[in-house]
Design a protein around this ligand. Structure first.
Ligand code: G3I
Length: 363
């Protein structure tokens, strides 16, 4: 290569690196800048009222970003893997399990005295090719699911606060979703998965999880499903309300509060499992959007605190630096810390909400 071309190529590469570098969100935030003056955090305030407050986590960020680890451990007392405990990443080939990333998550939680929620044992999505394309009989599919549950739940026996056993079992119209499990085993896959999970870890809490948490025909179907499981004596401790606000989920906190009540009558807990609120769902200036987002987080947290059967509140991430929404729906800035790990108005609104209840002694 001629010298001139070499220099030109080097300059182009350097310029590209600079552009890539500049397009990354800033990271140079001193950790000491982040602590609130009082030293209080979401975690410390939640603990005062025996509440779990948490976030979905990504192992890559855990290993690569000290600030991610620091803020996560400081602010939360419960975590859930965002992707790596699903069927495909855990069980990529019929005879192969990959536990490295889920182990990292569980280890992190242990080191920082946090609880872990397992997500997820049966879902229509995140299934490996060998399973999607395999031509299995009903008995074979039952064997595969049972073996998966025994292996995964068994590995973490005694270390998982609650398992999301069945994720998104319903279609938008409230009918049972025609997942691989439904088509291959029948609607009883839900009962079987719950029973097998209970056998593999008798002390973990079991829940089913979906979106559409307001008052509507889908939430009625979800309630009826939970009720029928309880009536049949199938082990079930809770239901999860995902709360992806502005994306298929409820926007009206009062409706969610109303919906929660009927689960208390069934003896079931309700977990808020995946809350996020893209600011792009609100009109106005950025400041107005951030204020509306803060209000939404505060309202949903309030619903959980006020309900006698809700003490677990998780968001689908905590920093806008890492959110599924940005890539998937284009929804912007959905979480409570910005891309540089600075707390947003939503964080302060949640702190204020927690403080108010600690202050009023409503524990
Ligand atoms: O980690 C792999 C990487 O190794 C690979 O090269 C790359 C190529 O596609 O994929 C990476 O995995 C991606 C993974 O997210 C980690 O970022 C998967 O493709 C991608 O499908 C996966 O998306 C996740 C999605 O569920 C499917 O599991 C999202 O992060 C996660 O936020 C989303 O979460 C769901 C809940 O489980 C259920 N409720 C709705 C919620 C939002 O869709």
């Amino acid at each position: 290569m001629k010298l001139r071309s070499f220099i030109a190529l080097t300059l182009v590469m350097l310029a590209t690196l600079i552009v890539i570098g500049c397009s990354r969100p800033p990271t140079a935030v001193e950790p000491t800048q982040l602590a609130t003056e009082s030293g209080e955090t979401l975690r410390s305030l939640a603990a005062k009222q025996d509440m779990f407050i948490g976030s979905a986590v990504r192992p890559r960020a855990l290993s690569d970003e000290p600030l991610y680890r620091e803020v996560l451990a400081r602010e939360f007392n419960i975590v859930m893997a965002e992707h790596v405990m699903k069927f495909a990443p855990l069980h990529p080939e019929r005879e192969v399990y990959e536990f490295r990333d889920s182990d990292t998550t569980v280890e992190f939680a242990k080191e920082h005295d946090m609880q872990v929620i397992g997500h997820v044992l049966t879902w229509f999505h995140a299934l490996p090719r060998w399973l999607r394309e395999g031509d299995f009989t009903r008995e074979e599919l039952m064997g595969i699911l049972r073996e998966h549950i025994n292996t995964v739940v068994g590995r973490y026996r005694g270390q998982i606060y609650a398992w999301d056993v069945v994720n998104e079992p319903l279609e938008a119209d409230g009918a049972l979703r025609e997942t691989l499990w439904y088509k291959g085993i029948g609607p009883e896959y839900i009962d079987l998965a719950l029973r097998w999970t209970k056998q593999a870890d008798p002390d973990t809490l079991l829940y089913i999880n979906d979106y559409g948490e307001g008052l509507n025909s889908k939430s009625d179907s979800f309630y009826n499903l939970a009720k029928s499981l309880v009536e049949r004596g199938t082990p079930l401790d809770a239901v999860g309300f995902q709360a992806h606000i502005g994306f298929l989920s409820a926007k009206d906190a009062a409706e969610v509060a109303e919906n929660m009540k009927r689960y208390a009558d069934l003896g079931l807990e309700v977990f808020i499992t995946e809350m996020d609120v893209p600011i792009t769902m609100f009109k106005g200036t950025r400041e107005e959007q951030l204020a509306a987002q803060a209000q939404m987080y505060e309202d949903f947290l309030n619903v959980c605190i006020e309900a006698p059967n809700c003490d677990t509140f998780l968001m689908w991430g905590f920093t806008d630096r890492h959110s599924w929404l940005t890539g998937f729906t284009g929804g912007k800035s959905p979480l409570i810390f910005d891309e540089a790990y600075h707390p947003k108005p939503a964080y302060h609104a949640m702190m204020a909400e927690l403080k108010q209840h600690v202050g009023s002694g409503a524990e």
